[in-house]
Design a protein around this ligand. Structure first.
Ligand SMILES: NC(=O)c1ccc[n+]([C@@H]2O[C@H](COP(=O)([O-])OP(=O)(O)OC[C@H]3O[C@@H](n4cnc5c(N)ncnc54)[C@H](OP(=O)(O)O)[C@@H]3O)[C@@H](O)[C@H]2O)c1
Length: 324
């Protein structure tokens, strides 16, 4: 796979990464998971040049990092591990629909304990990219970011990044310690970062990691009705997936399919190629626990969209419904 670096000074990675979240969390939780298949997807990713593996302590909670740790035992040097801290789980089943109840916790003591716990679960002595999952509105960002910087000074993390932040927040963090990456929702139907965050990151050599780059599967035509969403699935609570909105948004998936058919690719490959074309250090992290989907997504790295294809994709209208 083609490679790039995480920002100007970060490690080299394949231009497409892998999000591990759905292997133990968020989607279709009523269906039992097959860990062996998830582990084989991570190994397949490494074999195909997908080196950036994204997880978070709160996914599960905790089970996702444990799974990634087990998958990478004996393969640690082939992967660039990106995990996140800064959310705490108050109740594993106390959230909406029985999901974990979580909230931001950016207190330095929480981050200090979290990094050691992540290292233990991941079975490694260092995290390649340690990310702040959300800014805690009750704790000055400088204090939280300072605790992540301490992890770098202690050799526990090589680089640190932010998630879901404004340019102003990136600047505040940079005044304390360099920001290697920013992770934000970014896809053909979520383009908010194009206004300020993406140009800022490009100008300052910061990598951008688009999360939910496939629109949580919607952009690929996975769902044509609300009822098709599995039980106990986080998407059931998102505004864009509510029945009327979902129906109104079907045309977006149809337009992605149209471009894909024209260029001889799949919708997933087109959705990812469009993101990779947004800048040198833009590395989408599509999530999958399915070997065939992983292979499909990897193919996106080889698709070069023409100016006309990009213009058609740029012209896809905004969706109906907020993203959260
Ligand atoms: N920073 C944050 O706050 C934040 C928030 C959300 C996510 N993330 C990160 O971003 C990663 C990806 O986001 P995401 O999982 O929410 O959304 P996504 O990557 O846009 O979509 C994942 C969904 O698409 C399906 N899929 C993947 N490839 C496919 C293909 N080629 N054909 C058909 N279906 C396909 C997956 O199915 P299967 O799973 O069934 O294979 C899953 O249901 C996560 O794993 C996580 O690491 C970060």
């Amino acid at each position: 796979m083609r490679t790039t670096t995480l920002g100007t000074h970060g490690p080299q990675v394949g231009v497409i990464g892998l999000g591990a979240m759905g292997m133990t969390f968020a989607y279709d939780m009523a269906t039992a998971r097959d860990e062996a298949t998830s582990v084989s997807v991570i190994h397949q990713a490494l074999d195909l040049g997908v080196t950036l593996i994204d997880t978070a302590d709160v996914y599960g909670p905790y089970t996702n990092e444990e799974l990634v740790g087990r998958a990478l035992a004996g393969h640690r040097d082939r992967a660039v591990i990106a995990t996140k801290a800064g959310m705490e789980c108050l109740d594993p089943t106390g959230g909406p629909g029985g999901a974990p109840l979580v909230r931001p916790n950016g207190r330095p003591e929480h981050i200090r304990a979290a990094v050691d716990a992540s290292l233990r679960r991941l079975g490694t002595d260092h995290i390649d990219l340690y990310q702040l999952h959300r800014v805690d509105p009750e704790v000055p960002l400088e204090e939280t970011w300072g605790a992540l910087a301490e992890a770098v000074a202690a050799g526990k993390a090589r680089h640190i990044g932010l998630s879901e932040v404004s340019v102003q927040q990136i600047q505040r963090a940079q005044a304390v310690h360099p920001v290697t990456t920013v992770q934000s929702e970014f896809s053909l139907w979520t383009r908010d970062v194009q206004a300020e965050v993406l140009p800022y990151c490009q100008e300052h050599g910061i990598g951008l990691l688009p999360y939910s780059p496939l629109g949580r599967g919607f952009l690929l035509g996975r769902f044509s009705s609300f009822d098709e969403l599995p039980e106990n699935d986080q998407r059931r609570r998102l505004p864009r997936f509510q029945q009327d909105n979902l129906r109104a948004n079907l045309d977006i998936a149809a337009q992605v399919r149209e471009v894909a058919d024209r260029v001889g690719a799949t919708p997933a490959q087109v959705a990812l190629a469009w993101l990779v074309a947004q800048g040198e250090h833009v590395v989408p992290i599509p999530g999958t626990k399915t070997p065939g989907y992983l292979a499909d997504n990897v193919g996106g790295a080889d698709i070069r969209l023409s100016a006309a294809d990009l213009a058609d994709l740029d012209a896809i209208p905004a969706p109906v419904g907020a993203r959260y």
